[in-house]
Ligand binder design. Structure first.
Ligand code: CP3
Length: 350
């Protein structure tokens, strides 16, 4: 471990500590993936998405691919939020053209099929990927570990697949909140110990994805999004008090304020719908913000993409800020547009 004076400065970590930076650090959600031909080639070689996730040689390489092209300030571990249900014993498959498919856990009886016992053994390849990445990434690049929030992971576990309204999980939570709470509690324990082990192996910051927080009414938002994330953050901070954690409660609207104040996260990821001036006035005074260019602007590209990016940066430039998208890069994004946006940010002068 180099001493403080020789340790390279990482803009991404400076921003997370609440500092203004010479230019905004940037990375993109889903920066590794199908829009890159070199990713598609490796996935074909590995045979499936899950075998990429569980093979450190492949997962390290796929994590590094976008960095070579665009020199982001942070690398995010290549894995998926659904390795947690898989590690707990639920069947999981990623079906071409359909997304994840799981054997639904849709009532209390089925909770018995899940167990915390073997999770670290199951997840060991992911930890090995983190450890190798922490040695292989450039010295100015930070390494982000991640997990899904208990609520978002539960929506897939209960529904058995993605859905627009997450009705299966919401109905269980309304009909039998005490038994649904047992599933959430299990996910809190699994997620916290998963994140702690990622930090043990070299992750320098963590992001918690609550991608389906936006479909929860206020009371349910407090119980199923805020409370479990607060519990995860507390457990992680008991072991690593200084590890920065970014929360991403996609679609939370005005609930973003409560979420930021009550979960204990250091920084907040803004989805595409959050108005930037509102976020500057209500969220950035609470801590660093990250976001929120529409991923579809990265598909359309050109002057409109750059002028929206400029407006986002100018709005947030007087406080701690990390440039990102408002959701993940989509499959049909032209890599040249990612290049153009990344060059624009790297050359930004305040
Ligand atoms: O580059 C990165 O951001 C790191 C890797 C990463 C993936 N998924 C890889 C992936 C991360 C951080 C995720 C998070 C994730 N996974 C979320 C939360 C963020 C969000 O997008 O809201 C969710 C909800 C999932 C669950 C998931 N994984 C779905 C619904 C799907 C199918 C839809 C799709 O885009 O394919 C996946 C598959 C997935 N996860 C792929 C990748 C690269 C595509 C797999 C492939 O076909 O090669």
């Amino acid at each position: 471990m180099p001493s403080d004076s020789t340790r390279p400065q990482k803009r991404f970590l400076q921003a997370l500590q609440g500092q203004k930076t010479d230019r905004p650090p940037f990375w993109y959600m889903r920066q590794a993936g199908r829009y890159l031909p070199e990713y598609r080639a490796l996935r074909a070689e590995a045979g499936s998405f899950l075998s990429l996730c569980y093979a450190p040689d492949f997962a390290v390489e796929v994590t590094l691919q976008p960095l070579r092209r665009y020199q982001m300030d942070a690398a995010i571990l290549f894995s998926d939020i659904l390795v947690i249900p898989h590690a707990l014993g639920q069947s999981l498959d990623f079906v071409q053209g359909e997304g994840p498919v799981l054997e639904p856990i849709d009532h209390e009886e089925k909770l018995k099929t899940l167990s915390l016992e073997g999770i670290h053994e199951h997840l060991n390849p992911v930890y090995e990927t983190v450890e190798r990445l922490s040695k292989d990434i450039p010295s100015t690049t930070a390494l982000i570990g991640f997990a899904g929030a208990p609520w978002t992971v539960a929506t897939y576990m209960v529904g058995g697949r993605g859905s627009a309204d997450q009705a299966a999980a919401r109905l269980w939570a309304y009909r039998a909140p005490d038994s649904f709470q047992k599933l959430i509690d299990l996910l809190v324990d699994a997620t916290a110990s998963y994140l702690i082990e990622q930090v043990n192996r070299g992750a320098e910051a963590l992001q918690i994805f609550d991608s389906w927080a936006g479909n929860l009414p206020e009371t349910e938002f407090a119980r199923w999004s805020i409370a479990p994330i607060r519990a995860v953050v507390k457990k992680v901070k008991q072991v690593y008090p200084d590890i920065p954690i970014i929360g991403f409660p996609k679609g939370a609207g005005e609930n973003y304020i409560r979420f930021f104040k009550e979960t204990g996260v250091q920084a907040i990821g803004l989805d595409t719908s959050v108005p930037v001036e509102w976020a500057r006035d209500h969220l950035q005074k609470l801590g660093p913000v990250q976001g929120n260019l529409d991923p579809l602007l990265l598909v359309s590209g050109g002057d409109e993409m750059l002028s929206v990016a400029r407006r986002i940066i100018e709005t947030f430039q007087d406080g701690p800020f990390i440039f990102n998208l408002g959701h993940g890069i989509v499959q049909h994004t032209p890599p040249e547009h990612v290049d153009e946006l990344s060059t624009f940010i790297r050359e930004w002068k305040r």
